[in-house]
Structures are given as C-alpha cells and as structure tokens.
Design a protein. Structure first.
Length: 142
C-alpha cells in the first residue's frame, strides 16, 4: 500500500526514553486538501508493550517481511489504523507494562469495526468516558 492512499500512517521515532511511535490519520482540510493529522503518540513503554500489535499492523499492509523502521511513514489501512489508534488513545498516561501488553493483545485480535466505533466515540470532545471504558474492557486498568 502506498502512503498517499493510506488512511493512517505510523512513524517510529527515537526518544531519550527509548523507541516510540506517532500515529497519523488522513483528514480533509477546510480547502478540501488531504493532510495527515496527528492522532496520538505511543510512549516508549507502550511501544515496547505493543510490539506485536504494531508489527502485525505494518505487516498486514506492507507484506510479511516488513519491519518497524525509523524515519519513514508506515502506511496502515482503515482496519489496522483504527486498532492502533484505539491503543494509542487508551495507553496515554498508563505505566503498567503488563496491562499495556494485555490491552495491545486484545486490540490486535479485536474486530476492526468495533475498534473503529470505539475510535469514533473516543475522539469526540467528551470522549474521556469512552477511553476509560475501553481501558477497562481491554484490561489496561483494574
């Protein structure tokens, strides 16, 4: 899949605390032009806990030999983009690696339509309740 046609894009970056990722989503501007807007960042701890989810997302779109490399954008389709975006939103601020790993596992095996629905309600201005609910459902918190 080409990055220009992808609905979502993932970029792996290096930080002082370790490797991290930034997820982008293609949206229309007021002028009708397409642009990649930042959805959320995945912290170094969440990045290491979600390696299997991120690898599966990249490999589903770029082939089985694809790797998470630094620098270039990795294109993601709607299904995997929604799963990774949901994980990025619920992992914000969490610090328990085991629970982050559980949440990534649940989202990796989640239905893509449900992940897209959760992403839609979490991105609303009052979406913090939905974030909390999905954290509980994916076992990211007690």
């Amino acid at each position: 899949m080409n990055i220009r046609r992808a609905s979502f894009a993932l970029r792996v970056v290096r930080r002082r605390g370790g490797d991290a990722a930034i997820l982008y989503r293609r949206r229309l501007t007021g002028k009708g032009e397409e642009r990649l807007d930042r959805v959320a960042a995945v912290s170094p701890l969440a990045f290491s806990a979600s390696q299997s989810l991120l690898r599966a997302a990249v490999r589903a779109n770029s082939g089985p030999a694809a790797k998470l490399t630094y620098g270039p954008f990795h294109p993601l389709d709607d299904d995997w983009g929604a799963r990774v975006a949901a994980f990025a939103l619920i992992s914000r601020g969490l610090r328990n690696a085991e629970r982050l790993h559980r949440a990534a596992f649940h989202l990796q095996h989640a239905d893509a339509t449900e992940a897209a629905w959760w992403l839609g309600i979490m991105e609303k201005p009052d979406g913090m309740r939905a974030v909390r609910a999905l954290r509980i459902l994916t076992e990211a918190v007690k």
